[in-house]
Design a protein around this ligand. Structure first.
Ligand code: SF4
Length: 225
């Protein structure tokens, strides 16, 4: 029992130390989607599935000029929305999700994006990742966003052993302080892009090297020279 308590205390310290290092490494960390309202972020996160944030930002520069309100999206002419978001891929499914979500927002939420997990999950095409992104970024609620970077980096850092996003979210909620959930999620994305790359992680240069338990890190660091 005493050993368990000591291990838990050590792990808590490690998690806090990693957070501080990530803060220092990414002082400007922020959501990489350029949104100006909850509606815009909702739509952008739907478009971001299987697509890069950079491409979503480019597509949405014009999209948000042509479609500005919930009504604009809900009443989009057949094919118009699909054409506008074509470059994001899976445009038929994404257009359907956006159109139907906006129809529900208009019919049941006074054309406002709701600020609770339960309500957000009712919207067609909206899962926990999108809902958490909206809750954390737009409404300042503690939210763990598990995307592909978070999944990989959290596993390598020993924060979870799961691959299922729902289980990872629960592990991270238990490990991270609630006031850090949103930023820690963003740091996972930034670190996954800057150092902890999927195929060729830059372990030799990684600021988290001494705190990372990934068994392959020494080999990856050695291979870099
Ligand atoms: S040491 Fe390597 S595996 Fe660990 S966090 Fe850094 S880049 Fe990722």
């Amino acid at each position: 029992m005493a050993k368990k308590t000591i291990n838990a205390a050590k792990e808590k310290k490690r998690v806090a130390a990693i957070y501080r290092l990530l803060q220092e490494t990414y002082p400007e960390a922020a959501c990489t989607l350029n949104f100006r309202s909850p509606l815009q972020l909702l739509i952008m996160t739907i478009l971001a599935a299987q697509c890069t944030d950079a491409r979503v930002n480019i597509v949405c520069t014009q999209l948000f000029k042509d479609f500005q309100s919930v009504d604009d999206f809900a009443d989009a002419a057949p094919g118009a929305l699909e054409k506008a978001i074509h470059a994001c891929g899976f445009f038929n499914q994404k257009a359907r999700a956006i159109r139907e979500s906006c129809r529900m927002l208009r019919a049941e939420y006074n054309s406002q994006v709701p600020d609770t997990m339960d309500d957000l999950l009712r919207l067609p095409g909206v899962g926990r990742k999108i809902a958490n992104a909206v809750l954390g970024e737009c409404f300042g609620k503690p939210a763990v966003v598990v995307d592909t970077h978070c999944k990989r980096v959290a596993n390598r850092l020993g924060f979870t052993r799961h691959q299922d996003p729902g289980k990872i979210e629960i592990d991270l909620q238990q490990l991270w302080q609630p006031e850090h959930w949103t930023m820690y999620s963003q740091y996972m994305v930034h670190h996954g892009r800057a150092y902890c790359l999927a195929r060729s992680p830059k372990c030799a240069d990684c600021p988290l090297f001494s705190l990372c338990p990934w068994p392959e890190k020494d080999k990856r660091a050695h291979d870099a020279f």
